[in-house]
Design a protein around this ligand. Structure first.
Ligand SMILES: [Zn+2]
Length: 417
């Protein structure tokens, strides 16, 4: 049997080990914020050492270390594998039907906070690396593992720091094992702009507020009722992006309904916070709102500024200003990049179903690798319903299939047949 076939078969034969690894990771609470990351980081290091894979810890913060590992040769195709081991807090225990850190396997599902986001994905990466290492297969290149423990809060001690400090240099492809779902490969995402809308008025006594003063809260409200106008601003896609765009609109339609498909290729704007006024008996002279805007691929900053100005003018009020802070650019990987084509082919074969490379409306650490010009995808096992909610779990079938798909993809990209 070929080495590739043997490795694939080993994933199936040793799947209990993989499931146990997911459970073990889930039993280590690593909530972020407020939990600690060192125990789970030490566990990952020990797993790599037991697998015969050299690893090193690098850190900008000793509370949120990263673990790096490398296998294979210095030259040839270089694949970066990325995952985070921190999880969002479990929240109120009453919301859970089971202990969020139990790691139990019940009815074909592995249970616990982080099962889908993203300890199952991390386990798939670690497990395939172990099998590759034990096989002694010669890699026509290398695999570099980036495990981070700061993704769920600021993220500044994790992937962004690794990418800014040269740890991703020379990568030819990157797989982030973040939860997608089996039929969706993330190959691009929207950018982010935070807008502060500020209204200024004139204070007066509240008892005669309808007749004197200039109410900043009312002024801002008159602007905010036009916020949906911003969703008319489109992105700009090239003809080479047509299939991915159609896939993305299809997925958004399934998830969000007919109108929701525009969330992919248009601006979105969510009024997330509002503050204003000093006392109930005063006409407020200041009010501000924070708006989270997500930027479709190809949109120009100028288009956004123009649309915001038009929204303010439409309201007919004076003294409202917008301040824009661009936090992240939209980003994408080409549909025909080697990592996309290879993983796509294996995913469709293993699942026997259509799998769609697509752009997503949210943002993730994938952007940091794309900023360096590295073709990057996200693909990982998930039951999306429990993510950042209660009763998070992941299907054993999804976990095993993901590991098969990872293994076959690595073999192809590294010339193992
Ligand atoms: Zn995640």
């Amino acid at each position: 049997m070929s080495i590739k076939k043997t490795l694939h078969q080993q994933v199936l034969e040793r799947q209990d080990e993989l499931v146990r690894l997911v459970s073990d990771l889930l039993r280590i609470p690593s909530e972020n914020p407020d939990g600690e990351q060192l125990t789970v980081i030490r566990f990952v290091e020990q797993y790599l050492k037991d697998s015969g894979i050299a690893c090193e810890r690098v850190e900008v913060s000793s509370d949120y270390p990263c673990v790096l590992a490398k296998m294979g040769s210095d030259d040839g195709f270089s694949i970066i594998l990325n995952g985070h081991v921190d999880v969002v807090p479990a929240g109120k225990r009453e919301g859970w039907k089971f202990d969020p850190f139990c790691g139990d396997v019940v009815d074909g599902k592995i249970r616990g906070r982080g099962a889908s986001d993203m300890k199952a994905g991390v386990a798939g990466l670690l497990f395939t690396m172990r099998l590759l290492q034990e096989s002694g297969a010669k890699l026509g290149g290398n695999i570099r593992l980036h495990i981070v423990s700061d993704e769920e809060t600021t993220g500044i001690y994790g992937t962004s720091w690794l990418c800014a400090n040269g740890y991703a240099d020379g990568g030819d492809a990157c797989l982030v094992a973040e939860p997608t779902s089996f039929d969706n490969i993330e190959i691009g995402q929207k950018g982010i702009c935070h807008m502060k809308l500020m209204a200024r008025g004139t204070p007066a006594h509240g008892s005669i507020g309808n007749y004197v003063g200039d109410n900043a809260i009312i002024k801002l409200a008159k602007v905010l009722i036009h916020i949906d106008d911003l969703t008319q601003v489109p992105g700009h896609f090239g003809s080479h992006q047509a299939i991915a765009l159609e896939n993305s609109r299809y997925i958004a339609r399934q998830a969000l309904g007919e109108a929701g498909q525009n969330a992919i290729d248009h601006l979105t704007a969510n009024v997330g916070m509002i503050t204003g006024g000093t006392k109930i008996n005063m006409v407020p002279d200041y009010c501000e709102a924070m708006v989270d805007m997500r930027l479709p691929i190809g949109i120009k900053h100028e288009d956004i500024r123009t649309a915001v100005q038009a929204m303010i003018e439409k309201s007919g009020v004076e003294g409202v200003e917008a301040e824009l802070e661009f936090k992240a650019q939209s980003n994408y990987t080409d549909y025909d990049a080697a990592i996309v084509k290879t993983l796509h082919g294996h995913a469709e074969a293993i699942w026997g179903a259509a799998v769609r490379p697509a752009y997503q409306w949210a943002s993730s650490d994938a952007k940091y690798y794309r900023e360096l010009g590295i073709p990057t995808i996200q693909f990982g096992p998930a039951n999306l319903g429990g993510i950042h909610g209660y009763n998070e779990d992941v299907d054993v079938e999804d976990v095993v299939h993901s590991a098969e798909i990872y293994m076959l993809t690595f073999c192809d990209l590294l010339g193992i047949d």
